[in-house]
Ligand binder design. Structure first.
Ligand code: GLN
Ligand code: ZN
Length: 741
């Protein structure tokens, strides 16, 4: 697919159809009995429901767009032919890196089913190809709970349930008439802490469906990414099947199985849908057998823990992987086969899949005993960490006075977040270097020239703390992964992030260590050509972990700690190389928060904060530590942000209400903060006045001596022209306040 609109609608639809058919065939050939349909969307599944349910806000429905254009207008905005509408809000799908479009509802919201629902069309498409599928729908309670009231509206979406249920009734009836025996109805919100009203909404919804009897398909009530024990009373009793995630929460098996209705089947999610590791057959089979002992063979199904949307397509495309590690992986196609093998082992006995079980045991053993997963030096260093390794030498007041003496920064210091535009030229040279068309020396020279140029531009802009611009970095996690031991990389393992945007996360395969400095060469060069303080730029341990596929054989806190130790050495080496300001970015800290408040969340924050501190506190008091976050909603975990003890925090603020800064006042946050003064996601150049207004607002919350002036995030996706124009305005705005105070 193509963002620039270079693919015709007809071609796009034909390609999507081809892909759907190919995926159904793969699963059929793998021996999977139940093949899902309606689990693929051109942009996003939830968005497809919004359109099929007639819940399109009027600003899109009245724009005179055809159906596909209307759909994409909601997904990513539309600015063409006199129509100018921004997109609907898009947010992370639970704790994954997939994004969904939020149902955006009106006070008097009506729902009407489209004349040609996607779920029915795709069921028929598969049927024509000879495959009877199980359509997947987002359930009514989740659809509403994941939605919100539109701007200027005050409806609580869950109050719209009565309006919405008839649409589900019609849709389910149509699916039954088309020949669907079963439908998967996703209610993943059941893993959250739910308000009483939402909890109570399940009963009327699913009693209604039960009352329809044979008029609709049998329903598989599906949850994932957590346990549902705290919401057990919301699980319908009179339902065909209930699916639970037994990879994340195997301990919920007993409780959920005991609470099922007398005829309800348990769908046991024992193959991880969120990761790339081979399933441990022995463990999975034991889990399924426990379920069988409780419920009987006829009442247990084997499944993946969640949709396979979150795993890459097939291992068969990976030609360059070291065979030792390739043997540990299983992507979506391979996971489909695993489900079939586990089911067979349980129904026909282990002898029926003897070879597969033996091969699996061998892989498990090879991984557990590999040198990669057992680096004694790393383990030894981890065992020697002491309490004092988590703290700076002095408290902030002492540090900041030393830093000020050294850096001599003006009031309202200006800086940027790290990256400068990644131009076509940079991509060309990087690709030449990767293909060995130019030598390392030639490439290094090119990077130095880019740094020279970036420094010169910052001189002209008269910024206060410089960055080298990150021209050498392909991606803020991959770049570090490639320089650390313990990582592996794929060539084709893409997973959907939003719309047609995909990411190819590196994989943590073993104990992590740093064989050599990773960024010192570029930073040292940058310092040597700069007359102002130059920031060293690193990606923090939690972000390296979250934006990779983590190991599943050791706890994430252990992996974060290993990353932290490697980064600690890098921070100290940067300091030794004369870099006085070091920024360690942690934009992924918040998305790692466990879905429910309480013990698990506190435990996460504890190890995440420790990892950040371990990586940053090895420096002298006079070295200034910065950190960056791409958001400003810290209310739920402010204590953790404060505990990072970073000297300067830069955060997103231009799209949020400055009121959010109130938390820094309420908690008497003493350190420095740079709330972003303009949005870098758009080419739009903010005027000097606009930035001044923003700063004025910030000064209602923050003290002048606390406030830094910077954009919201890195500038790598921008062009130079708008970047320079925006930064000129930003620096002028800062100078205005400097003169005033
Ligand atoms: N230093 C990084 C950059 O500027 C930060 C990116 C991010 O926060 N996502 O590109
Ligand atoms: Zn950012």
């Amino acid at each position: 697919m193509d963002w620039a609109g270079n693919l015709s609608q007809a071609d796009l639809l034909a390609e999507a159809k081809r892909l759907r058919l190919a995926h159904w065939k793969i699963q059929k050939d793998a021996g999977v009995d139940v093949i899902p349909s309606n689990d693929f969307a051109l942009y996003d599944q939830v968005l497809a429901h919004i359109q099929d349910f007639g819940a399109v806000p009027e600003r899109y429905s009245s724009a005179g767009l055809d159906r596909i254009d209307e759909y994409f207008a909601m997904g990513r905005g539309h600015q063409k032919g006199g129509v100018d509408v921004p997109s609907l809000e898009m947010v992370k799908w639970f704790d994954s890196n997939y994004h969904y479009v939020k149902p955006t509802l009106q006070d008097n919201q009506k729902f009407t089913l489209t004349s040609s629902p996607k779920a029915v069309n795709e069921f028929n498409e598969a049927k024509e190809a000879g495959i009877i599928t199980r359509p997947v729908l987002v359930g009514p309670v989740s659809f509403l709970h994941l939605g919100k009231a539109d701007r200027g509206q005050s409806v609580d979406p869950i109050d719209l349930l009565d309006n919405l249920l008839p649409v589900y009734e019609q849709l389910l009836t149509q699916l039954k008439q088309a020949g669907a025996e079963t439908v998967q109805i996703d209610e993943p919100v059941l893993v959250f802490d739910l308000p009483a009203k939402t909890k109570a909404a399940f009963k009327p919804a699913y009693e209604k469906f039960a009352s329809l009897g044979d008029k609709i398909p049998k329903l598989v009530f599906t949850t994932y990414f957590g346990d549902i024990v705290h919401n057990l009373e919301s699980v319908p009793k009179d339902i065909y099947a209930v699916h639970i995630d037994l990879v994340r929460n195997p301990e919920q098996l007993d409780t959920v199985a005991s609470a099922l209705g007398p005829n309800t089947i348990l769908s046991a999610g024992v193959v991880d849908g969120r990761n790339i590791w081979k399933t441990n057959f022995k463990r999975a089979i034991e889990t399924v057998e426990t379920a069988v002992q409780k419920l009987g063979k006829d009442r247990v199904l084997v499944a993946t823990s969640s949709s396979l949307l979150h795993t890459p397509h097939t291992l068969a495309s990976e030609k360059k992987l070291d065979p030792e590690i390739a043997d540990w992986f299983s992507f979506a196609s391979e996971k489909a086969v695993e489900v079939a093998i586990i089911a067979k082992a349980v129904t026909e006995g282990p002898a029926s899949v003897k070879e597969a079980l033996e091969a699996n045991a061998k892989s498990m053993n090879a991984r557990a005993t590999s040198k990669r997963t057992n680096n004694p030096e790393v383990k030894d260093r981890q065992s020697k960490i002491q309490a004092s390794d988590y703290n700076r030498k002095s408290e902030f007041p002492n540090r900041i006075s030393q830093q000020e003496a050294k850096l001599k920064l003006p009031l309202f210091p200006t800086t940027t977040i790290g990256s400068f535009p990644q131009t076509k030229e940079i991509r060309i040279q990087r690709s030449k270097f990767t293909k060995k068309e130019i030598t390392e020396a030639q490439y290094d020279k090119f990077i130095e020239q880019e740094i020279d140029m970036n420094v010169k531009i910052q001189d002209e802009l008269d910024l206060d703390v410089y960055v080298h611009g990150e021209p050498e970095r392909n991606d803020m996690v991959q770049y570090f992964g490639e320089r650390l031991d313990g990582y592996a990389f794929t060539t084709h393992a893409w997973v959907q992030s939003y719309g047609s945007r995909c990411v190819r996360p590196p994989i943590i395969v073993g104990d992590i260590s740093r064989p050599a400095p990773m960024t010192v060469k570029e930073s040292k060069y940058a310092v040597s050509v700069s007359k102002k303080p130059m920031k060293g730029m690193l990606t923090g341990p939690v972000t390296c972990l979250r934006w990779s596929f983590p190991r599943d054989d050791v706890h994430q806190s252990v992996q974060a700690e290993q990353l932290a130790l490697a980064l600690r050495d890098e921070v100290v080496d940067l300091e030794k190389a004369g870099i006085d300001v070091i920024q360690v970015d942690e934009p992924a800290l918040r998305e790692g928060l466990p879905l429910r408040a309480g013990k698990e969340r506190e435990a996460y924050l504890d190890w995440a904060v420790k990892a950040f501190k371990l990586s940053t506190v090895g420096v002298e008091d006079s070295t200034q530590i910065h950190s960056h976050f791409c958001y400003s909603e810290f209310q739920d975990f402010f204590h953790a942000i404060a505990a990072l003890d970073a000297d300067v925090l830069s955060i997103e603020n231009s799209k949020s209400d400055s009121k959010l800064l109130g938390v820094f006042v309420d908690e008497a946050y003493p350190r420095h903060i740079g709330p972003g003064v303009y949005d870098i996601h758009s080419p739009r150049v903010p005027s000097e006045q606009e930035i001044k207004d923003r700063i004025e607002e910030m000064l209602q919350y923050l003290k002048p001596e606390q406030l830094w002036i910077n954009p919201d995030c890195g500038l790598k996706t921008r062009q130079w022209k708008e970047t320079k124009e925006a930064l000129v305005n930003m620096v002028n705005a800062a100078k205005f306040f400097r003169a005033k105070y």
